[in-house]
Unconditional design. Structure first.
Length: 333
């Protein structure tokens, strides 16, 4: 029985658990919260991997590229791709919000307005300084991903510059990256149980009634994500990467299922790395570098939702936005 379970592909177990979790939650109701701890345990186990996985994989990946020029070329293309897809995503959200107007006609009589919090003033200088870690140990303890990436990049670049003298240290990080991949494979076996518990909790505690007033927004959010996946990513995979679209999506099913159930880019990072390397054949050097960076600064679904949600709020309260406001939203998102 146990052998048969492990013979089933992980993505099939995860998708089945997701569906069964939703059905169980609807049938069980609010009492489904009693198994939420299983999902919390799974998320904690995933997040436990984030810091060592990024650190070892990114340093190993940068060092494995072997050349600073190649590193710059890969990083430059990745950043360009992040900016382009991010802008497409946010303008997609703005377009859907303008066309469908999910906030129009929403009854605001039951909304109680509290005091508007005063945000902390953050300058561009503060943002730049925030990515430079004062203490790498503190960064790791706080799971501050962006400063951790900067520190890891510097270590990897230092190994490249050290050349032969850096090889012993590079081997340590290579071994650490392999070990973390093995640990990730162990934790990934918990995925079906975690996904089942989380989806049962969500379906049982929220149900459909809580989503009625937000039906348009929720529906448009799902539609936007679907369009990003099918049209934007599908087109890039077919015409730029020249890969079979079906094989690509089959290879990343595990990552999509975990990201949907946890709603966390960082929590999905170990699964994404595993899918890219094992299922799609991406080299460890490129995968660890680009995916770790992308999980932090390339969240297209979030960018799309921010554009959509901003218009939703403006429409609820009758605020007219100009084209200049649209451009400002696209930059800030």
């Amino acid at each position: 029985m146990l052998k048969t379970w492990f013979e089933i592909p992980l993505w099939q177990r995860v998708v089945t658990a997701l569906i069964l979790g939703v059905l169980t939650g609807w049938a069980w109701g609010p009492d489904a919260e009693s198994i939420k701890w299983i999902g919390d345990f799974f998320i904690k186990a995933i997040k436990m991997l984030v810091v060592p996985l990024i650190f070892f994989s990114l340093v190993s990946g940068v060092a494995a590229i072997g050349d600073l020029r190649k590193l710059g070329a890969v990083g430059g293309r990745a950043l360009l791709l992040f900016v382009v897809t991010g802008q497409i995503a946010v303008w997609l959200g703005l377009g859907l919000g303008t066309l469908i107007q999910p906030g129009a006609g929403v009854d605001t009589s039951a909304i109680q307005m509290g005091e508007t919090p005063v945000p902390n003033e953050t300058t561009a200088v503060d943002m730049v300084l925030s990515i430079v870690p004062e203490s790498p140990v503190q960064v790791m303890a706080d799971v501050a991903v962006l400063p951790l990436i900067v520190f890891s990049l510097l270590i990897g670049i230092g190994i490249l510059m050290a050349k032969e003298e850096g090889l012993p240290v590079q081997k340590v990080f290579d071994s650490g990256a392999v070990i973390m991949q093995k640990v990730t494979m162990i934790v990934m076996e918990l995925t079906p149980f975690g996904v089942f518990a989380l989806m049962a909790w969500v379906a049982g505690t929220l149900g459909l009634d809580a989503l009625v007033s937000l039906a348009k927004l929720v529906g448009l959010n799902y539609l936007g994500c679907l369009l990003i996946i099918v049209l934007i990513y599908g087109s890039m995979i077919k015409f730029l990467a020249r890969l079979p679209v079906r094989d690509f999506f089959r290879g990343i099913v595990d990552a999509m299922a975990v990201s949907y159930s946890t709603a966390s880019s960082n929590a999905t990072l170990p699964v994404t790395l595993r899918c890219a390397e094992r299922n799609l054949g991406v080299s460890n050097s490129v995968a660890s570098f680009v995916i770790a960076l992308g999980a932090t600064i390339n969240m297209n679904g979030t960018a799309m939702y921010l554009g959509l949600a901003t218009l939703f709020g403006a429409q609820i309260f009758g605020v007219d936005l100009s084209m200049g406001d649209y451009f400002l939203i696209s930059i800030l998102a």
